[in-house]
Design a protein around this ligand. Structure first.
Ligand SMILES: Cc1cc2nc3c(=O)[nH]c(=O)nc-3n(C[C@H](O)[C@H](O)[C@H](O)COP(=O)(O)OP(=O)(O)OC[C@H]3O[C@@H](n4cnc5c(N)ncnc54)[C@H](O)[C@@H]3O)c2cc1C
Length: 430
């Protein structure tokens, strides 16, 4: 390892026990970069953001991926596809004003259309329907106001209120107090989607390199040179991605994104018991600060995510950790065999909105989707690509959303913020 380089946080591609890796089909095995190469745009990272950019750029792009396609958050996530932004429109209106909030909503709707085209073209087990369940009593009025605001002000009429009894029937558990169904959201097999995007990018002329870490970049003769262990790419524009693993290459912007670990387990097929839960086939997530999220796989397993840790390692017994949360939602499944369990690292920001910025002339980053990047990231990648080609792209709009640095800067942010986050997590219990 080069002095000063951060070790890659994942011990093996996709993590041990990753159900997506076991069910995604054939993997490409792409060569690492050896020697010199040149492209209009160099993209660092082959997750949803980098792949969205690559598909938009075609033969003008080279992608450098430190690990395998989708090996970080992209190939490890809950597969829950949320519409809109991580913060609701009411928050955006207060924070950036009505005009930018409307423009951000339109951007999110463009992301939805982009995503719909991707899942129509790529076999990735797409299934519509996403339910937001309230874990505490109260909150009906806020949910009703949200549904009404989205229909009246934004013309989004795909949200329905669900009362506690209908929700209990739908989910097969009575622990929740009602919620909202979003017919525009849904769920997918994220690694199948990422591999399909990589295949399409390759077919469009993108050169993709796996196991090729970008180590540093510099300017030389009016161009940008990106160095890797085996070679270098000379380019005019650089796109840096890495949701929870934003590299030192991104400079000061890293202080705005905190890596957090989150965990998922998949049960053995539930047989007839699968019919008793998540009856419509929608996915669900709840309103806890440390969210529980769950859905059924096409072969009738329960894929359940929840639990967090802060720091560079994952707990030894991930299945046990997730089982504790699963058993609180589905006591009758407390003893069901768990066949797969893995962890992943996502990037969160203080406002939970992503950092999207031009950090130096021709160098753009996107990071910190705060657990909601599946629908947004491919489109943000496309917008970064458009901006790299000098086309009008609403990057400045995204950059205007505040994402201040974490207190304590890069070194002290973990201890200080973990104290804060743990307090919020504790609050869920009351
Ligand atoms: C456990 C978990 C559950 C989640 N659940 C959901 C969910 O249900 N719904 C949702 O919307 N979002 C979810 N997310 C978040 C979502 O996965 C991310 O927002 C999204 O995948 C971000 O994609 P990305 O391409 O920006 O980043 P990443 O997927 O992190 O990809 C970045 C890539 O860059 C590579 N890289 C980094 N540095 C370098 C370098 N120097 N050189 C070369 N390559 C480099 C990494 O290896 C990585 O492959 C979850 C995340 C996790 C971890």
């Amino acid at each position: 390892m080069v002095a000063g380089e951060t070790p890659h946080p994942y011990p093996s591609p996709y993590g041990r026990g990753n159900w997506y890796a076991d069910t995604a089909g054939d993997f490409p095995d792409l060569p690492s970069l050896e020697g010199d190469a040149s492209a209009d745009v160099c993209i660092v990272g082959a997750g949803f953001t980098g792949l969205g950019a690559a598909m938009a750029l075609g033969s003008r792009a080279i992608v450098l991926e430190a690990d395998r396609i989708g090996a970080a958050a992209t190939g490890r996530n809950g597969g829950q596809v949320h519409t809109g932004h991580r913060r609701d429109q009411a928050w955006l209106e207060k924070t950036v004003g009505a005009e930018d909030a409307l423009a951000l909503w339109r951007l999110a709707e463009d992301a939805r259309a982009h995503f719909a085209a991707l899942v129509a073209a790529i076999d990735c087990d797409w299934r519509p329907g996403l339910i937001h369940a309230r874990h505490k009593p109260g909150g009906e009025a806020e949910d009703a106001a949200h549904v009404a605001r989205m229909a009246e002000r934004y013309g989004y009429d795909l949200l329905d209120l669900i009362d506690d009894q209908a929700l209990a029937r739908e989910l097969g558990t009575d622990v929740y107090f009602g919620g909202v169904r979003d017919r525009g959201g849904g769920h997918v097999h994220p690694l199948k989607l990422a591999l399909g995007m990589a295949a399409r990018a390759g077919a469009a002329g993108v050169v993709l390199h796996e196991r090729t870490r970008a180590q540093r970049w510099r300017r030389e003769g009016g161009r940008i040179v990106v160095e890797t262990p085996g070679g270098r790419v000379t380019c005019d524009q650089l796109i840096l991605t890495g949701d929870g693993a934003l590299d030192p290459l991104a400079g000061a912007a890293r202080a705005r994104v905190m890596p957090i670990n989150n965990f998922i387990a998949v049960t053995a097929p539930l047989g007839d018991r699968a019919d008793e839960i998540l009856r419509s086939g929608a996915a669900a997530s709840d309103s806890r600060f440390v969210v529980n999220y769950f859905r059924k796989t096409p072969d009738g397993r329960l894929l359940f995510g929840g639990g967090e840790s802060y720091g560079t390692g994952f707990p030894r017994d991930i299945a046990g950790l997730v089982r504790r949360n699963l058993a609180k939602i589905y006591p009758r499944l407390a003893d069901v065999p768990i066949t797969h369990a893995w962890g992943g690292t996502l990037g969160v920001t203080r406002t939970r909105m992503p950092v999207v910025a031009e950090v130096a002339p021709g160098v753009r980053i996107a990071s910190g989707y705060s657990g909601q990047g599946l629908m947004l990231a491919p489109h943000v990648g496309k917008l970064l690509a458009d901006a790299a080609l000098g086309q009008a792209a609403p990057i400045a709009l995204l950059s205007r959303v505040p994402t201040p640095p974490f207190p304590g800067g890069r070194l002290l942010r973990w201890p200080l913020t973990v104290a804060g986050l743990s307090w919020y997590a504790l609050r869920d219990r009351f």
